[in-house]
Design a protein around this ligand. Sequence first.
Ligand code: ZN
Length: 312
Amino acid sequence: MDDPDLTLGIDLGGTKMAFAHVDARGEIVKHLMMPRPATAAEMETVPVEVAHSLLGPRVKAVGIGAAGLVDAEAGILVWGPNVEGREVRFREIFEAELGLPTVVDNDANVSGLAEARVGAARGYRHVCMITLGTGIGGAWIIDGRPYRGRGFAGEVGHIPVDVGGPRCTCGQRGCWETFASGRRLDQMARDLAAARPGGLVAKLALGESPAGRHLTRAATEGDPDAVVALQEVAMWLGVGIAGLVAAMDPEIVVVGGGVSEVGGLFLDAARDSFRDALEGSDHRDPTPIVCAALKEDAGVIGAGLHARESLL
Ligand SMILES: [Zn+2]
């Protein structure tokens, strides 16, 4: 008989938060999504109130994946450039209010866990997960277990690739995500629309602020400027992945997040630059670079599975 116990998975991202009941196979039983809390005070109260309304007799534990630096051992969201709240003691708050054991981890870590357990990297022991959203998140599964280093491993978007490069939201200069992320695509879309007011990107934006989605759509429709811009971002993506593979040699690289859904052309271009940039790529087995399977549900599924593996 199937295990009837459920966990409550919570994904606290840079723009939205999602809640789901997750079963032992990583299937979502019930799902709820809403904008993320807008203030630090709400970060302490709103997620736990919503969670409270979603409890039931079968829910036995809570898992939270939060965007930012997370002290998983203490259950604290320490800081995130894209979320409100500092030193949010989620585990303490949830365990006191809900009376259920709670684990907290970085959102990319739980997404990586979900892809490794029930997604695109199922069956692999050494997995690198890259999440291309507003920025770039990363996670490592090593020997089948999430790898956190001292706690903050996986913040691959902030690997410096150009010390004289553009300022990053983290305060440093030239981080990888300033060259290859949703934010970079948004910037390119604005630049392209300004440079060519009659061009396809400007037309697709239709008076809205030009964004990455207009650029990627224009590229899919064959607009040469948009194709060049997208290829530049893909090139930086591939170069960054080459660095990660040189360091850790995973069996597979899974690319998730909104930007990865652009499609085959984008990932193909990234694979090409990856091969060009990787040390000795002619003399080693190719590393598969694949699209994530769980899309935007990876965070809640992973948070739910993490709670199950750690607490039940
Ligand atoms: Zn940075």
